[in-house]
Design a protein around this ligand. Structure first.
Ligand code: ADP
Ligand code: GN1
Ligand code: MG
Length: 357
């Protein structure tokens, strides 16, 4: 690199200390530790091939949210991300070597958790994701670029997975045959939501598509939802993606990369807390097919993510950031343990959903 992070920060007219921050798997995040604080991010342009389009989406969505929050008497500095412009008035800065940096206001007095500590916390996260969904219900979807095409198209993900197995770029396939077979055995699940979208039973909405617990900030004192962050994948999608993906991560009894699989199960108490919060916000606008598919979506999104982790392991860890040898394989294994557990709990999950519809 021919520049320092301080050089980059100065492009936003701020002179200060910068340190690595957060636990995202995709972008490089830094905190600009000043008064007030800022978040600086290098957009992962290997994954987001068109950062200009990502920023166009984010600018559009955050400005739209800002107006709504003000109209409702809320605090736009906390309840949505604000894109900080460069000294030249742009929403990002592109370096000579082709990296893209952006800056956000730092959401004060709020926490993003890596694991659910109590059901109430997950209930609050669910309400925040549900509200986010509601606030964007009348956002003009045609203005959104598809920042990662086919992001939650599980059938396409399955095809990518099969290619990763066939290519076996890192020479690892033979050692994970059991996990590969687990994925292949569930091919029939891959088309369930994409088909329901294609035949109109499940509507396309403006969705977040990456509703991991650490992508929502909760108030440090009250514990209530403050702001949904990580807006790179806001695109037309299914509400089932947001619901299912949040449960994948948050209703697990353990960390996404837990090595001891005996510790991993799908926690129905957390499932219920999330379902209650989410349906309190969006329950009245669901179609019958969406309601029917809610429990299944938790399984589908967990399966899809596991397949992505395992595919990345087979490809030689080129997509998700890893912090140890076999990290993506460990992640894949927790997902498959959860999928198997969800399969045994689907009937109970249906009953829980029915309580809140
Ligand atoms: P990634 O796409 O890599 O997941 P995120 O945008 O989710 O990146 O940021 C990573 C982490 O940084 C978040 O989980 C959160 O803890 C923290 N973070 C990001 N944006 C902000 C913000 N505006 N204010 C406070 N914390 C933030
Ligand atoms: C990534 O960016 P982050 O860490 O919030 C990924 C999600 C996965 C998640 C798994 C753009 O989310 O799709 O579900 O990791 N984001 C992208 O933890 O691929
Ligand atoms: Mg994130």
């Amino acid at each position: 690199m021919s520049y320092t992070l301080e050089d980059i920060v100065r492009k936003f007219a701020i002179h200060v200390n910068v340190e690595s921050y957060g636990n995202g798997h995709i972008n490089d995040t830094y905190i600009v530790d000043d008064e007030p604080k800022y978040i600086l991010q290098r957009i992962n342009h290997a994954i987001f091939k068109n950062p200009e389009q990502v920023m166009s989406n984010i600018l559009g969505v955050t400005e739209f949210l800002r107006k709504k929050i003000i109209a409702e008497g809320g605090d736009p500095e906390r309840e949505t991300l604000t894109v900080i412009k460069t000294v030249d008035g742009d929403s990002f800065y592109k370096t000579e070597d082709g990296n893209y940096f952006r800056m956000y206001n730092y959401i004060e007095n709020a926490v993003s958790y890596e694991a659910v500590e109590a059901p109430e916390q997950f209930y609050q996260a669910a309400r925040a994701f549900g509200k986010f969904q509601n606030m964007l219900a009348d956002y003009p979807a045609e203005k959104l670029y598809e920042t990662i095409p086919f992001f939650h198209d599980t059938t396409k993900r399955f095809a990518d997975f099969k290619k990763a197995v066939a290519d076996d770029a890192a020479g690892r396939a033979a050692s994970v045959q059991k996990e590969i077979d687990f994925v292949l055995a569930r091919y029939a699940d891959t088309g369930v939501v994409v088909d329901a979208i294609a035949d109109g039973r499940v509507p396309l909405r403006v969705t977040h598509n990456d509703t991991k617990l650490n992508n929502v900030m909760l108030d440090a004192v009250s514990g209530e939802g403050v702001c949904v962050i990580d807006l790179d994948t806001v695109m037309p999608g299914s509400l089932l993606y947001d619901y299912g993906d949040a449960l994948r991560f948050g209703a697990s009894s353990g960390a996404e990369d837990e090595i001891d699989l005996d510790k991993i199960y799908f926690d129905l108490e957390l499932f219920e807390a999330f379902t209650k919060g989410f349906l309190e916000e969006v329950g009245d606008k669901l179609t019958p097919a969406e309601i029917e598919l809610l429990p299944f979506s938790a399984k589908l999104l967990t399966y899809e993510c596991g397949m992505r982790f395992l595919g990345d392991y087979l490809n030689g860890d080129t997509y998700f950031k890893i912090h140890r040898e076999g990290h993506n394989l460990d992640r894949a294994r927790t997902q498959f343990k959860l999928v198997a557990d969800i399969e045994s709990k689907l009937e109970e999950m249906k009953k829980i959903v029915a309580k809140y519809i």
